[in-house]
Design a protein around this ligand. Structure first.
Ligand SMILES: Cc1cc2nc3c(=O)[nH]c(=O)nc-3n(C[C@H](O)[C@H](O)[C@H](O)COP(=O)(O)OP(=O)(O)OC[C@H]3O[C@@H](n4cnc5c(N)ncnc54)[C@H](O)[C@@H]3O)c2cc1C
Length: 500
């Protein structure tokens, strides 16, 4: 069968006037591969060619810098479709990339040129197991669908904090979220996965496989997950509350000193507390400098306890807000709901320069605030940028043995990243933004006293080292390389933070 496919591809490449066949897709606008696929896909699968509404929707991305280029979108409706797409693409030597929520911003994905986007959107099923301890999700399910569908069953699991990203995009690289203090990362919930490998073979993996370790932290490198079974939990604490404080920039030292002292507590932040802050520009609040939004989220409460809020009231915020509600309100409160600005795909460049920290260095916080302030004033195109400081509770993450998964930095307390946002178009602006992002994280890294610089793979800019993404221990790197060699020797899945 492979031979027939290759022969047809060859013939079609001749019709299209392209040689070698890897060019066929680009020159013929996806038509030859479309013809090959039509006969192989299930009735529910969709194919979108450039110019169609479906294509526009499927290829719309959160960040447009170094986005992958795609000539055809295929939307599988069953797992076997993914297998067929991979086999056909391999036979034509055409690259392919799984796309889910479309929020993967790492610039390495831009190395996919003229390939097939496998849009996972239709694989969005949810099935609770009989014993209620796990659920099986389609490989294209988005966070909100996970939370909402489980909630109606009295269950929940760890997802990213944002409604619009997928379960697997974050999860394959670890996956931070509001429930991680209780249960660990998204990846820590995985129990088994159905994966289409680079050969096109669909195979089920679980903890008994050598690949399992790598799927929990470096999982974007090995295949396309068509379904994942994850641990789910009874909803123990449906109630959550938040309080937010808006501060002017003169409060930087007081704010981050207090977060260290009253919340982080040397890595002992209470499991029911999350703190989250960001710098941003709003001339109506301060015409010259960024302001700081700071949230405390508390699980199992209808209002955040004063023991946590009083130190931050004492700092003297410009404004405060507070509400009680349920777990499902968290994305909206923190600006991560489907209709919140951070979820939108507005044709902008969105690049982050992450760094894991243990504690806030107060002097360094001042330095990065001042640099963020001056740079976003000097370059008005960067004015919509944010500087994110995420302080989830970490008990669940730390209790998983550090060596047991490819996720490389379980001891971290803080996930920090400037998010530089600007309209695309100028190489000079790209360079200015990248230089700023790098300078900001370098200030924090140098002040941290940390020997190793970890840059969370799902927030990474794209120019970091493999050690920054996957760990400094040589055994980690060796193990990843060996698995890559075994499962994806030709590097078919080497666009998102590639191991090799
Ligand atoms: C607004 C926003 C909020 C975020 N919040 C969080 C958060 O709370 N926690 C967190 O950890 N991260 C968060 N992130 C980062 C997020 O983890 C990454 O951006 C991630 O890549 C998004 O996944 P996606 O499916 O939306 O993007 P996509 O671009 O669709 O996917 C990213 C990559 O994942 C791989 N992939 C996706 N689906 C599959 C699959 N089924 N099988 C195999 N590979 C697959 C592909 O390599 C793809 O290039 C956030 C990002 C944004 C933009």
């Amino acid at each position: 069968m492979e031979v027939v496919v290759a022969a047809v591809a060859w013939a079609l490449s001749a019709v299209c006037g392209s040689f070698p066949p890897s060019n066929t897709l680009g020159l013929c606008g996806g038509k030859p591969i479309e013809s090959l696929l039509r006969g192989k896909l299930s009735a529910g699968a969709q194919i979108y060619l450039s110019g169609s509404d479906g294509y526009a929707k499927a290829t719309n991305r959160w960040s447009v810098l170094d986005a992958p280029t795609t000539n055809i979108v295929v939307v599988p409706s069953v797992a076997n479709d993914v297998s067929e797409i991979v086999k056909v693409a391999n036979s034509m030597n055409v690259p392919y990339l799984a796309v889910n929520g479309g929020h993967g911003a790492i610039t390495t994905v831009g190395k996919m040129k003229g390939g097939i986007e496998i849009w996972m959107d239709s694989l969005n099923s949810v099935k609770l197991s009989k014993d209620g301890k796990t659920a099986t999700f389609g490989g294209g399910i988005l966070s909100k669908a996970v939370t909402d569908s489980l909630w109606t069953l009295g269950k929940q699991t760890v997802t990213g904090g944002c409604e619009c990203t997928s379960l697997l995009g974050p999860g394959l690289g670890g996956g931070h979220g509001f429930m991680q203090g209780r249960h660990g990362l998204i990846a820590d919930q995985f129990v088994s996965m159905d994966i289409v490998l680079a050969s096109g073979k669909l195979q089920t993996f679980n903890a008994s496989s050598d690949l399992w370790w790598a799927l929990q932290g470096a999982g974007h490198n090995f295949g396309i997950v068509t379904a994942v079974t994850s641990k789910v939990y009874d909803i123990e604490h449906p109630d959550w509350a938040y309080v937010s404080f808006l501060y002017t920039g003169d409060k930087v030292e007081a704010l981050y000193r207090s977060i260290n002292k009253y919340l982080l507590q040397d890595g002992a932040q209470p499991v029911h507390i999350i703190n989250y802050s960001f710098f941003f520009n709003d001339p109506s609040l301060d015409p010259h400098k960024p302001v700081i939004m700071f949230y405390i989220l508390q699980e199992g409460a209808s209002a955040v306890d004063t023991v946590y809020t009083q130190p931050f009231i004492d700092i003297g915020p410009l404004m405060t807000n507070a509400a009680g509600g349920s777990y499902k309100d968290l994305p909206e409160w923190t600006g991560n709901a489907n209709d919140s600005p951070p979820c939108q795909k507005s044709g902008l460049v969105n690049i982050r320069f992450p760094i894991d920290l243990q504690v806030y260095n107060v002097q360094a916080q001042r330095k990065v605030y001042d640099l963020f302030a001056s740079a976003t004033q000097e370059t008005p195109a960067l004015n919509g940028s944010l500087f994110l400081f995420e302080g989830y509770s970490t008990q669940g993450v730390k209790k998983v043995p550090h060596r047991s998964t490819a996720y490389p930095n379980r001891p971290a307390n803080l996930l920090v990243a400037p998010l530089l946002t600007y309209p695309p178009g100028g190489k000079k602006l790209d360079r200015t933004a990248a230089k700023l992002g790098e300078s900001l994280r370098t200030i924090l890294y140098e002040a941290s006293g940390l020997k190793e610089k970890y840059t969370y793979v799902n927030y990474a800019f794209g120019d970091e080292t493999k050690q920054n993404w996957y760990g400094y221990e040589s055994w980690r790197q060796d193990r990843l390389k060996a698995l890559k060699h075994k499962y994806d020797p030709l590097g078919k899945f080497s666009y998102y933070a590639p191991i090799a």
